[in-house]
Design a protein around this ligand. Structure first.
Ligand code: ZN
Ligand code: ZN
Length: 266
């Protein structure tokens, strides 16, 4: 019994993940950038009942993280369900997808200065470094001292991120691009520069370096997140993260999350 992570979709085409505390059966959704059909179908596949969803947390305002909010919440509303939406004040102000919900959804502000209690879980937001108005990762603590670290959409690993990602059993960390594929790839130079910048996304090598610092006795599951379909393959981050685990004689299981398919880590 503990936390489990279900990544419904991950990547610049749309993001949504669900963390379930098996002790209570309650779930926290992180980001909602996929269509209602995929959201409902992949929750069903993972055995997540929609009425167990206690709330939806938004990392930042980029539309690959917010564009499904309206349709998913309306779909849940038709079933009599109204999960709260947790969003920082600045992201709320910046996101037309979130502001469109003002009159219909239960919207609650958060910051990196306080924890959110949700479905028996305690969620600690921390600041990440991204070219959005504000952005967050989360440390989620569940029953039985279980902890999960979640961080995508960050160009560097902030000190706050290191502090929050220590001693987790499940780690979901961005492994967005292969630096060589990005620099030799089809994107215009300003876009390449943006992705590789401190306000962009973590490369496979940065992700592997982060994982090496975070290896600990508690760690059992590692998931590479927000993998680029243009500047990466699904194999490269898997190999980079698995190499760190193997080199350190660690037993953690490594997976990558996909754009078009759900994966689970329990
Ligand atoms: Zn994104
Ligand atoms: Zn983003």
């Amino acid at each position: 019994m503990g936390l489990s992570l279900h990544v419904l979709a991950s990547g610049s085409g749309g993001n949504a993940s669900v963390v379930v505390d098996d002790a209570t059966g309650k779930a926290a959704v992180i980001d909602c950038g996929i269509c209602k059909r995929d959201f409902f179908a992949r929750c069903d596949e993972a055995g997540i009942a929609l009425d167990d969803i206690a709330g939806i947390l938004i990392t930042h305002e980029h539309t690959d993280h917010t564009k499904g909010l309206g349709v998913v919440l309306r779909g849940m509303g038709k079933l009599g369900l109204e999960p709260a939406v947790f969003v920082s004040e600045r992201v709320h102000a910046q996101s037309s997808e979130v502001r469109a919900l003002d009159a219909v959804a239960d919207i609650r502000p958060f910051s990196d200065e306080g924890a959110i209690g949700l479905g028996g879980m305690l969620i600690h937001p921390f600041a990440t470094s991204h070219d959005s108005v504000e952005s967050f990762g989360f440390r989620i603590e569940g029953s039985g001292d279980d902890a999960l670290g979640f961080m995508t959409d960050t160009g560097i690993v902030t000190d706050a991120a290191y502090a929050h990602l220590e001693r987790c059993r499940i780690l979901a960390i961005e492994s967005n691009h292969d630096a060589k594929m990005l620099s030799e790839g089809p994107y215009p130079y300003p876009v390449k520069r943006r992705i590789a910048s401190d306000g962009g996304h973590l490369s496979n090598a940065q992700s592997a370096e982060l994982l090496e610092r975070l290896l600990c006795n508690e760690l059992e599951q590692v998931v590479g997140m927000h993998v680029s379909e243009n500047n990466n393959t699904y194999r490269l981050p898997l190999d980079a993260l698995a190499e760190i685990v193997a080199r350190n004689d660690h037993a953690a299981k490594v997976q990558v999350a996909y754009q078009r398919m759900r994966i689970s880590a329990e």
